[in-house]
Design a protein around this ligand. Structure first.
Ligand code: ARG
Length: 459
């Protein structure tokens, strides 16, 4: 017999290095609060069901609370030799209350225990994520509100396409973030389900009350099949999927910030607090935090692919492979919370160079669609109008004159339908103002969109 909690049938233990390889305490120690929370619920239920005496239950609960206090004050130490958080807590509990601690593991296995802890860990954090995304949405909405009438080029293929406003552009991200919130809310449904009481894989012979522990722990339901309960990690994968999509959104926004703050664009200036310099080139101001977020997105995708790959070949039920499930989730949680925090500050302090943005819409051919629409409104088939304007654009490129700067006689050579009123139509702000269709970039429409999102955010 060895000194492990499971040591009865063992005569030898591995070297320190071998034990460290098998241990998960380095990562699952971050679930100690949830582990103790779940054990307290389990002990109360054992007492209630008279599986242990109520005096024993009371003793165990008090002991667990004392272990929690020791851990919080830094007195308790966790040991690799005890392998994981569950056995470390049991050993600490035994030190506190003696052999009665051994009754806590009645009608329970580490398989349902770890699943329960992990569900609780994710469930406890989802509301913070949702709140933090909403905070960032509010900041974006503020910048959008301040820039409802800030002209900027709208792009397709990263080429000037049609003029829009900066406020309109930012609202696209507010929409993405709303879907992120909804994904994390949905993630909650599969996370708030209790595996506790599934025991190792097949349920237990003890008369446990799974609903009682589920209620005590704030779960909405219990897993209806014990084998599913101990082998399911869908909730963690869904968490990582939601996080990966959120990071994809932040990464696209990062890419735009990097472009916008470049010398060539000059659309925005990042606050010094959200940029860094170069150790050799004194003039440099780099959008490091945006770049880093774009980079960290790769790691979050990796965490998602990592867990999907861990799970894909596992026969039911628990396999030790599943011990590799937590690190990526913990790491991803920190990454998304930090990224949202940084982005919130970065946008709250962002300087928008309105003149540069606006100027950029006046020196291009992004009003070509306006002219084609103008001709189509005067009765030409749109295809024909498109061809005529295409010719004018070619001519403009060759002579370096924009459409709005061409003399009327020149324009009329292309089509007699063009009259003096065309110049108003060719103004970028007119192009914006006329796009009043639902979801369009017109200032009035953007203000409707802002109202919609403000209401959604309860503002
Ligand atoms: N440390 C383990 C994990 O994280 C706990 C479950 C161990 N169960 C077992 N049957 N070995 O997965």
């Amino acid at each position: 017999m060895t000194d492990k909690l499971w040591g009865g049938r063992f005569t030898e233990t591995g070297s320190d290095r071998v034990q460290a390889y098998g241990a998960s305490i380095a990562s699952d120690q971050y679930m100690i609060a949830e582990d103790i929370q779940a054990s307290i619920a389990h002990a109360k239920m054992l007492g209630q069901q008279a599986i242990i005496t109520s005096a024993e239950a009371t003793q165990i609960v008090a002991g667990l609370q004392a272990v929690r206090a020791d851990f919080e004050s830094g007195v308790a130490t966790l040991q690799i030799a005890q392998e994981d958080v569950h056995m470390n807590v049991e050993v600490l509990l035994t030190e506190k209350i003696g052999p009665v601690a051994g009754k806590l593991h009645t009608a329970r296995s580490r398989n349902d225990q770890v699943a329960t802890d992990f569900h609780l860990w994710v469930a406890n954090r989802l509301p913070h994520i949702i709140e933090t995304i909403k905070q960032f949405q509010k900041t974006l909405l503020q910048v959008a509100t301040d820039n409802q009438a800030t002209l900027m080029p709208g792009y397709t293929h990263l080429q000037h396409a049609q003029s829009v406003t900066f406020g309109f552009h930012l609202l696209a991200y507010v929409g993405m973030l709303t879907r992120d919130v909804e994904r994390f809310e949905f993630n909650m449904q599969h996370t708030k389900v209790s595996p506790l009481g599934a025991a190792a894989l097949a349920g237990t012979t003890f008369a446990i009350d799974r609903t009682m522990t589920a209620d005590l722990l704030g779960f909405d339901d219990v897993y209806h099949n014990a084998m599913d309960a101990v082998s399911d990690r869908d909730f963690a994968i869904e968490f990582l999927q939601s996080a990966a999509i959120l990071m994809m959104h932040l990464s696209r926004l990062s890419e735009e910030l990097i472009l916008w703050s470049s010398y060539e664009f000059g659309f925005v200036t990042l606050s010094d607090a959200y940029a860094t310099g170069s150790s050799i080139m004194p003039q440099k101001k780099n959008a490091d935090f945006a770049e880093l977020t774009r980079g960290k997105t790769g790691r979050v995708y990796g965490d998602l692919m990592g867990l999907m790959t861990v799970m894909k070949g596992l026969p039911l039920a628990y396999n030790k492979d599943m011990q590799e499930d937590k690190q990526g989730v913990f790491e991803t949680y920190t990454t998304i919370m930090d990224a949202l925090f940084v982005f919130d500050g970065m946008f709250a302090t962002l300087q928008v160079n309105r003149d540069v943005m606006s100027e950029s819409t006046h020196n291009d051919f992004s009003n070509a669609t306006e002219l084609a629409d103008y001709l189509a409104n005067k009765g030409l088939a749109f295809r024909e109008a498109h061809a005529i304007v295409g010719q004018l654009v070619l001519q403009g490129i060759q002579t370096q004159v924009n459409l709005q700067d061409m003399p009327l006689a020149e324009l009329q050579k292309a089509s007699e339908l063009i009259t003096d009123d065309v110049y108003q139509i060719l103004q970028p702000m007119t192009a914006v103002e006329r796009r009043t269709s639902v979801g369009g970039t017109a200032v009035t429409e953007v203000s409707n969109q802002i109202k919609f999102y403000q209401e959604q955010l309860g503002e």
